[in-house]
Design a protein around this ligand. Sequence first.
Ligand code: HEC
Ligand code: HEC
Length: 287
Amino acid sequence: MNWLLLLTLAIEIPLGLDRFLPVPVGNPLTAEKVAKGRQLFFDKRLSRDGTVACASCHDPARAFSDGHARALGMGGQRGPRRTPRIANRAWGRSFFWDGRAATLEQQVLGPIANPLEMDLDPAEAARRVGLSLEEMRAALASYVRTIRSGDSAYDRYLAGDAAALDAGQKQGLDLFRGKAGCANCHVGPNLTDEDFHYTGAGEDARDAGRAGRGFKTPSLRDAARTPPYMHDGSLATLEAVVDFYNDGGKSHPRLDAEMQPLGLSLGEKRNLVRFLQSLNGRIRDGF
Ligand code: HEC
Ligand code: HEC
């Protein structure tokens, strides 16, 4: 089912054929909207006291995340969750760690209104930047849709360049698809099934993710660039993530059946981490 998408992405990313970007009929992609959305993304007027922009948390220099375990909003407030990377979200099927937004158009006003993030009535934010609410929403969603990551060593390997991964990384890929079972959930062009699972990750048992379904599988593209990991940043390094899976996750009443102890050797764990590093790509935004 994911093969068609895989081809689409493999073609689109290296050649920059933006016509393959999935775009909803209700918000056609135009150069003007994308440019406006990019301005808005960096505009601190979208926060109540003018100190926080989208890019304060989704920092392009940090693969559109921020390096914090839990997001840092207006007035230094800590949110409950980690800032996710947001490349290739054009292919997303739901948004936020719990998937509570169905489209980017629904998602983008959330952080503006969130009292722990930008804390401003979106209608007031739109007024400040001289747009209607719908124009602001359409521009922000259009820009986020153009943030792409591709042309990683892994993509080049899939495209036929056998030398793009070294022997250790190839073993890592075999483990990822086979014995380690990662591809049960991290599958397809963005290494995510866009579905929800319980892995047991997370220190605050009160944050249950999507009611009765857990947390969304994140894309692993560029993950090596953005420690710490998981929805609450509770694992500091990729090595810690691999150890976590090697132990079968953490005990949880609704733990997914796929979460089993893996029995990986030290060398296998190291090669799995080195494979994850091969997912670092070239990140581009805009038209
Ligand atoms: C204070 C830090 C912060 C700011 C400011 C912020 N975000 Fe986020 N962003 C987050 C966090 C944290 C999440 C995950 C929240 C959750 O799952 O409940 C998130 C989630 C997202 C997602 C969903 C990604 C996915 O794959 O599910 C998108 C898209 C996004 N933000 C775009 C934006 C845009 C556009 C803005 C500005 C209008 C913005 N963010 C402002 C921290 C921030
Ligand atoms: C049962 C489905 C499932 C399996 C199997 C699985 N993952 Fe995950 N993975 C997830 C989910 C869901 C999350 C987010 C969990 C959370 O934040 O609470 C995640 C998070 C991650 C993260 C953190 C990414 C980030 O941005 O925070 C990494 C890295 C990762 N997985 C790698 C792996 C590797 C390597 C394997 C195989 C050893 C694996 N996963 C197996 C579902 C799975």
